[in-house]
Design a binder for this molecule. Structure first.
Ligand SMILES: [Zn+2]
Length: 255
């Protein structure tokens, strides 16, 4: 990224940090759809995760022919296990992503302090690539470089593609995953919890919610409703069908 000092470790331009935990915030560009899908997309994904996991689990034990009480216990255990697993996974994922960014930011800070000239030329090159005249690019880079905080933020944005002052919170990510998974996992359990102990009722209920949830994701991505709805329904049915088959086979062999 820096034509003046190609051997500088900060100039290799390969430190782009990407990942699901990172979302560039778009409040300043009100006319754009939030490309990360905002909260709706992860919320629906989390809920669909819980739904598919638990309807498959319930179909599995249901297929094995266990009693309704055992199905409820299994479903509740699946809900808790999945929600905690998702939360810890998300927490570690976002935390380590932030730690990686923090390490890269301090590396960039070090570069700015020890090689200010090279870093200033790097910034000027960024402006030039955006079509700014060389002389003006140099002047702007000089002015930005006079403000260490702004300069660091700009370097990080350019080189890592993130805003290190607006990183996602691992606690919020973990809490959201836990909650959305639990909501989704609760759906296939509802018929049993209200005393309507029927595997068919659970499958129908889960199917309806999978259809609606899949459709909602499509609305975010501008695909037709039926596309996402059918895709989610087919995948959920496939997962539940497979575990049901396994459950039936295991049940037949132990009864
Ligand atoms: Zn830099």
């Amino acid at each position: 990224m820096n034509d003046a000092a190609p051997s500088s470790p900060a100039s290799d331009g390969k430190r782009r940090v990407t990942g699901q935990g990172i979302q560039t915030r778009g409040e300043a560009h009100g006319h754009h759809r939030d490309v990360s899908g905002g909260w709706l997309r992860p919320a629906v994904f989390g809920a669909m995760d819980g739904l598919v996991t638990n309807v498959s689990l319930i179909a599995g034990v249901g297929g094995a022919g266990v009693h309704a009480t055992a199905i409820v216990v299994t479903g509740l255990a699946g809900l808790a296990a999945g929600a905690f697993s998702m939360a810890t996974g998300e927490f570690v994922s976002v935390s380590s992503q932030n730690e990686l960014i923090a390490a890269e930011v301090s590396r960039e800070q070090h570069e700015l302090e020890h090689h200010p000239e090279a870093e200033r030329r790097e910034l000027a090159a960024v402006f030039r690539r955006s079509g700014v005249d060389a002389e003006l690019a140099d002047r702007v880079a000089r002015q930005v470089s006079n403000r260490p905080e702004a300069a660091l933020r700009m370097h990080v944005r350019e080189e890592l593609g993130v805003d290190h002052l607006e990183l996602p919170s691992p606690y919020v990510a973990a809490g959201a995953s836990l909650l959305t998974f639990a909501v989704g996992a609760l759906i296939p359990l509802l018929p049993f919890l209200i005393g309507f102990s029927s595997l068919t009722a659970t499958l129908v209920m889960a199917g309806v919610f999978a259809f609606v949830g899949g459709g909602m994701v499509s609305r975010v991505t501008n695909r037709p409703f039926w596309f996402g709805a059918l895709r989610q329904l087919v995948l959920a049915a496939g997962a539940a069908g497979l575990t049901y088959a396994i459950g039936t086979a295991v049940g037949a062999s132990i009864h």
